[in-house]
Design a protein around this ligand. Sequence first.
Ligand code: ATP
Ligand code: MG
Length: 155
Amino acid sequence: MQTTLVIVKPDGVQRRLAGRILVRFEEKGLQIAGAKMMTIPLATAQKHYKPHEAKPFYPGLVKYMTSSPVLVVALRGKNAIAVVRKMMGATFGSKAEPGTIRGDFAISDGYNLIHGSDSEEAAAFELGLFFQPGEVQTYDMADTPWVYDTSSDLR
Ligand code: ATP
Ligand code: MG
């Protein structure tokens, strides 16, 4: 089981797509382990996108991410990091495959609706950046035997 960090970015919230984006992950079988609305503080956005610090789009990216509230979500499930990245689609909306979130709802390069952690290290760092200890819940889901085939060792 992995836990990954998803952010419905300011354009996703403003375009009233937060619910539609979240429901895709629920339908897939991922568990909502934590969720909060927030306006990302400047310092947090800078830390979150530090790997892109030297890129020309970095100042605009930080401005965009702090411009309006976001929905920050911790999602848990089997291979959650890769599953979420695949469901998000390619970075640029115009290049993302239909059937992915960006492919279905975004056309912009920068305003691409959603962030997802891209590695275990990034997920651990980002979850710690956006959630306080105890805010990400650990709990059982009633439908786990049906979602994960607990009748065998295949899950
Ligand atoms: P994210 O990190 O937000 O999940 P990603 O991993 O698909 O997205 P990155 O390469 O990490 O893409 O870029 C981080 C974000 O910076 C992108 O999601 C996008 O919002 C913005 N961005 C990346 N490249 C460009 C660009 N060339 N022009 C404008 N914005 C960009
Ligand atoms: Mg990234």
